[in-house]
Design a protein around this ligand. Structure first.
Ligand code: GLU
Length: 445
């Protein structure tokens, strides 16, 4: 690391002990600042760096709820409002047993720069709970969401902080959260949450946008090399919202998606993933991928091992953080992969990213490649503010052009700072300088 940056990074380590994911996210951004450490000390001096690494506000609260048998459970709720220089705090809520302050802070920190890259007027935040929705009834999910919102409502608002979904939070949860917000506040404030249902203030394409956006971004990366997705072998990890729509768009653009995964293993399907069957297994029946393999003659299920063993041209990690490590990256390189775009947040470890860089594999970090989700949330906010709703085709065109603009911004920024071809450098430097400029303009607050 550049010596000018080290004291700020040491301070982050010391002030935030026991938060490895947050340290990892900060380290990645700090390493990207090296090219400007000498030429632009105004961007890398302590006063701006230490402010950008300190959340504006961190809220932790108790979430009590009662299960269907009358047993009381206590979970922990979080909302980290990281940076509002560019607009109201914006970012999803994650319900997963692994959630802790470190994970929410890393997600919120990444969100700040991702949201800046979209070009939309949104700051960055993230929240969630260590609640495990797996196996819970609708009624239990509803009671949990109502209890969560009974505390969260006082911290959010159309002009303050606008949550949305993430892992474990989809349309059903946003519905219960919105209903409770409306009941407590007695206000139909559509713009307080995004990811809403289409008949009550939601936006077309929001459900599809993270996965579609990731594939649009990968297509831009290929186009920059005079290639396309046509005929490419693609592996997509995960089988949730991001993965499903990444598979759909990749296949629509002529690729064959030959594998996807869940927490119990992965399936390989040389004929290409059958999306209708995948959706039925995952979204309707809420079963494991073994059910997919049982019903599809061309598919095999692998219970242990890694999905990254499956040879492919393009890898789209769309499951969760740190799912793709250096050893997996080496196998991907050996098998001829040429492009990796992160649909999830920080799915590749720093060591894996280094393997891709050294092997000349085009690599796009999540804050660029998966920004389509939050960008479409910002389009939802626009529609809510004007009490309008746009057609699917128009909204998808807006998403496509936002992803194209993010790609251009990454490529141009990387080249300007002497790191041509590095999407990591381009994304971090473009996002960081935009946020830093706004913070400086707004004074020491
Ligand atoms: N959770 C998504 C992300 O990681 C979307 C956030 C939003 O729409 O506010 O960007």
């Amino acid at each position: 690391m550049h010596p000018a940056l080290r004291p700020s990074f040491e301070a982050v380590l010391q002030r935030n002990p026991g938060e490895p994911e947050f340290h990892q996210a900060v380290l990645e951004v700090m390493l990207s600042l090296a090219p400007i450490a000498d030429s632009r000390p105004d961007y890398t001096q302590w006063s701006i760096l230490s402010r950008i690494c300190e959340p504006e506000r961190q809220i932790i609260f108790r979430v009590p709820w009662t299960d269907d048998d009358g047993v009381v459970h206590i979970n922990r709720g979080f909302r980290v409002e990281f940076n509002s220089a560019l607009g109201p705090f914006k970012g999803g809520l994650r319900f997963h047993p692994s959630v802790n302050l470190s994970i929410i802070k890393f997600l919120a920190f990444e969100q700040v720069f991702k949201n800046a890259l979209t070009g939309m007027p949104i700051g960055g935040g993230k929240g969630g709970s260590d609640f495990d929705p797996k196996g819970r009834s609708d009624a239990e999910i509803m009671r949990f969401c109502q209890s969560f919102m009974t505390e969260l409502y006082r911290h959010i608002g159309e002009y303050t902080d606008v949550p949305a979904g993430d892992i474990g939070v989809g349309g059903r949860e946003i519905g219960y959260l919105f209903g409770q917000y409306k009941r407590i506040t007695n206000r139909y404030e559509s713009g307080v949450l995004t990811g809403k249902g289409l008949s009550w203030g939601g936006s077309q394409v929001r459900t599809e946008s993270t996965g579609y956006g990731t594939v649009f971004f990968a297509a831009e990366m290929l186009a920059a090399r005079d290639e396309s997705l046509e005929g490419k072998r693609v592996v997509v990890s995960g089988s949730g919202n991001v993965a499903t729509y990444a598979i759909e768009k990749a296949q629509a653009l002529g690729a064959t998606v030959v594998a996807c995964s869940d927490s119990a293993g992965y399936v390989v399907d040389e004929d290409g993933i059958d999306l209708a069957l995948l959706r039925d297994v995952k979204e309707v029946r809420r079963e494991r991928l073994t059910a997919y393999a049982d019903e599809r003659p061309s598919a095999t299920h692998v219970a242990d091992g890694s999905i990254w063993d499956v040879p492919c041209d393009v890898a789209l990690p769309c499951a969760t953080q740190n799912e793709l490590e250096a050893e997996h990256a080496r196998v991907l390189v050996k098998n001829g992969a040429r492009l990796v775009a992160e649909g999830a947040n920080m799915p590749c470890t720093p060591e894996a990213v280094a393997v891709f860089r050294d092997a000349g594999v085009a690599f796009a970090p999540g804050k660029a490649a998966n920004a389509g989700g939050v960008a479409t949330s910002a389009l939802e906010m626009q529609q809510n503010a004007s009490r309008d709703s746009w057609a699917f085709g128009y909204t998808e065109d807006r998403l496509r052009s936002i992803m194209r603009d993010i790609h251009t911004s990454c490529v141009e920024t990387a080249a300007r700072y002497g790191e041509p071809g590095s999407y990591v450098m381009g994304a971090n430097l473009a996002g960081y300088t935009k946020v830093a400029d706004a913070m400086v303009a707004q004074g020491v607050i």
